[in-house]
Design a protein around this ligand. Structure first.
Ligand code: 8YV
Length: 324
């Protein structure tokens, strides 16, 4: 008999078929309040799980007593209880390589949109305000030749540095857990402690994952170090930033603006003060949201699940210490 798996995200047909060749698949396009009881019932038999966008905490994982492998269609895994999985020797697979360039493109877009006020001026044009040649009220600030500060110099940070350094002649300063000699070599990136980076960069770009160590790492104190004409960009995870402190820094004009792909609460509540600030570019967690990247992520996740279910893991495992 084929092993049972549960897929909790809509997959392209050919990828679903690839899974169906090997497994008995119970598929949900998405899990919501309506189908949650059916999802729980399917978990009881699940040996494998694949999907994204669901919080799989210890209690929910306990509803899957036969579970042997989990494959998330994402790079981030803050929505999983990794400790609970590791205790049960269940590998958690993810897709860090499949979205690098796409997310770096998104961050560059937020940098450009913030500095050049692309969204704000486009809204004014749509509102009929473009009546004459533009005066200073439409001006932005340059991106090229400025200093980009990258917090988190991993795969995405390096892809961003490449764009900024060679596409826009920017100076790169960075902060990360372990120094990245390759980035220093390739992009002339200068390592700085976090405080120094915050006070140096014209565009502070945050790409850190969420963990107990990074929660609210960027707080009022850190934001106060930024230059008043600098921009803050977040494409990592919302809760790495104290959003209330960011809102206050923006309201008090302590920084020039922000470009945000992630928020403490997603979807962002419609009454968030961020939405009424002309110097904030807010996008709905679209870092990896292109057809190409989402397909590559789903394909990698399917391959990851097959590898984990057949004891042939070769990379992409969050908790490799459990592999025998
Ligand atoms: C999406 C992401 O949130 O991969 C990640 O960690 O943040 C994004 O690509 C994810 O794929 C859920 O759809």
């Amino acid at each position: 008999m084929k092993p049972s798996i549960v897929c909790y995200k809509k997959l392209p047909d050919e990828l679903k078929q690839k899974l169906e060749k090997r497994f008995t698949v119970t598929a949900f396009d998405a899990v919501n309040d309506d189908n949650f009881p059916e999802f729980l019932a399917a978990l009881e038999h699940a040996e494998g799980l694949i999907g994204s966008g669901l919080t799989l905490d210890r209690a929910l994982l306990q509803r899957a007593p036969r579970l042997r492998a989990v494959s998330t269609i994402s790079a981030g895994y803050d929505n999983f209880d990794v400790e609970a999985l590791t205790e049960r020797k269940i590998p958690l697979m993810h897709t860090p390589g499949a979205l690098t360039d796409t997310v770096a493109d998104t961050i560059m877009a937020l940098v450009l949109a913030s500095g050049r006020r692309i969204v704000n001026v486009a809204e004014r044009v749509k509102a009929g305000e473009w009546q004459d040649s533009v005066d200073e009220s439409w001006f932005g600030v340059d991106v090229h030749h400025k200093t980009m500060g990258i917090i988190g110099m991993g795969r995405i940070g390096s892809a961003l540095a490449q764009r900024a350094r060679f596409g826009f002649n920017m100076k790169i300063v960075y902060h990360t857990r372990t120094r990245n000699a390759e980035a220093e070599d390739r992009f002339d990136a200068i390592y700085m402690d976090l405080d120094k980076l915050m006070s140096t960069a014209d565009y502070v770009c945050l790409i850190l994952p969420l963990s107990p160590q990074t929660y609210h790492l960027i707080d009022a104190e850190k934001l106060a170090l930024m230059k008043p004409d600098a921009y803050f960009i977040n494409a990592g995870r919302g809760p790495v930033v104290d959003e209330a402190a960011l809102i206050e820094a923006l309201q008090q004009k302590k920084i020039a603006g922000a470009g945000l792909d992630v928020f403490e609460q997603e979807p962002l509540p419609v009454d968030s003060p961020l939405l009424s600030m002309p110097n904030v570019v807010a996008v709905p967690h679209i870092g990896s949201a292109t057809f190409e990247a989402r397909y590559a992520m789903a394909k990698t996740a399917v391959e990851n699940l097959i590898a984990a279910m057949t004891d042939s893991i070769d990379g992409n495992c969050v908790n490799p210490q459990i592999i025998r």
